[in-house]
Design a protein around this ligand. Structure first.
Ligand SMILES: [Zn+2]
Length: 57
């Protein structure tokens, strides 16, 4: 299964047995995305909160 990076649009390979809540890393831009939902043929991502981000504090 594949999905598209929200950051750079690259295709990311998704293991068939991935679970909601797991983190995917884009091989192109290194962005981290959490699996927001999963159906038979579609994966939805949301940006993962990662260490090193600017939290504005
Ligand atoms: Zn990317």
């Amino acid at each position: 299964m594949k999905t598209q990076c929200q950051e750079c649009g690259a295709e990311i390979n998704v293991p068939d047995d991935i679970m909601v809540g797991e983190i995917l890393t884009c091989p192109d831009c290194g962005g981290n995305f959490e699996i927001a939902s999963k159906s038979e043929d579609k994966i939805e991502l949301k940006p993962a909160e990662t260490i090193g981000e600017d939290w504005g504090q």
